[in-house]
Ligand binder design. Structure first.
Ligand code: PHE
Length: 339
């Protein structure tokens, strides 16, 4: 028996293969339920008592060597298979790279900024968490104004009031406090209003507001600037200004553009009138200039503000404002732009 064990040990040690079938056959031959080791262990009871110790150790050693051999061969085969699947076929076409697209809100925001920067407007930004002064008081928003109501504004703290800005006019106040006229700046950013979410309204949306302050700025300058904007942005050159009210501008107006009535969608979005409201504007109220340490006897200016979502919905014919925030890749990847 000793000789058999010695021969088998040699056979095991010299065995090598790169085929998994051969490893399996080897395992069955030595370690299988009817394998050689099973038989040897069965014969063990016939071994003379004086030799039992030595032969027993040799048998155990033989079984361990066979088991180790199988494990080592299996591991090597597995890792070389992995290598093959990773690097095997170098002519295989590469995985397609999914390129991202800019968000439609960013595209429209950049377009608006681009149009205004061509006539000398800079871009200014400010904090989304504002104090009462910059969001309301400095802007001539009286204490009884409904915008100050909890219904419309998200307050973070009361007395002193800290809130989520309801418009980016707050940035314009900050800008006036820190810059001397002439001022030409647009302020894009996210704003917050406590509104029910629907297809047309959301509690978080984006605005671009503009401010122009210099000597001798008149309503005619405002109108001409708006006309330039609507031509560049929409390719439309007919606008109308409807008298309106904002606490921070006097006089104030709502800007409508003539969209036309050529298609069914035109009918829908203009409610059959052909006209579409796109922003609010007006001459900066002298109180607002005074609040920002600008002398209203020397300087005058105009301001305007628009919602980016609304304009993006128009340009891309998007029926529901909520689509902007759902991050559905199928929606987002339709917007490719160079800006
Ligand atoms: N701040 C106004 C709003 O949020 C928009 C506006 C800006 C109107 C400047 C007039 C002048 O609706």
């Amino acid at each position: 028996m000793k000789d058999t064990i010695k021969d088998l040990l040699e056979e095991i040690n010299s065995f090598n293969t790169d085929s998994s079938e051969e490893v399996e056959a080897f395992r069955i031959k030595f370690l299988g339920s009817k394998g050689l080791l099973k038989n040897l262990f069965a014969d063990f009871k016939n071994v003379a008592a004086s030799e039992k110790k030595i032969i027993g150790q040799a048998l155990n050693n033989l079984r361990n060597t066979a088991t180790d051999k199988v494990n080592v061969l299996k591991n090597t085969l597995e890792s070389s298979n992995l290598d093959k699947s990773n690097y095997g076929d170098l002519t295989r076409p590469a995985e397609p790279l999914n390129l991202g697209a800019r968000h439609p809100i960013s595209i429209v925001k950049n377009k608006i900024i681009d149009v205004f920067s061509r006539i000398g407007f800079t871009v200014s930004e400010g904090p989304e968490i504002e104090d009462d002064w910059h969001n309301f008081t400095a802007l001539n928003l009286p204490e009884y104004h409904p915008a100050r109501d909890m219904q419309d504004t998200f307050f973070i703290e009361k007395d002193p009031d800290i809130l989520l800005r309801t418009h980016t006019s707050s940035v314009q106040v900050r800008y006036m406090e820190n810059h001397k006229p002439p001022i030409r700046t647009v302020s894009p950013g996210r704003v917050f209003r406590n509104e029910d979410i629907s297809a047309r309204a959301h509690c978080i949306f984006h605005q671009v507001e503009g401010l122009y302050i210099d000597t001798d700025v008149s309503f005619a300058d405002l109108k001409q600037t708006l006309l330039y904007f609507t031509k560049e942005m929409f390719g439309k050159s007919k606008i109308r200004l409807r008298p309106s009210y904002f606490p921070f501008t006097e006089p104030s107006a709502e800007v409508d553009i003539y969209w036309g009535l050529e298609t069914e969608t035109d009918y829908k979005i203009t409610k059959g009138t052909g006209w579409l409201e796109i922003m609010g504007c007006g001459m900066v109220d002298p109180n607002v200039l005074t609040n920002a340490n600008i002398d209203p006897l020397v300087y005058s200016g105009f301001a305007f503000g628009m919602g980016i979502e609304r304009i993006a919905m128009l340009l891309y014919q998007i029926p529901d404002i909520r689509m902007f925030y759902e991050n559905d890749v199928r929606f987002l990847e339709q917007f490719k732009s160079v800006i």
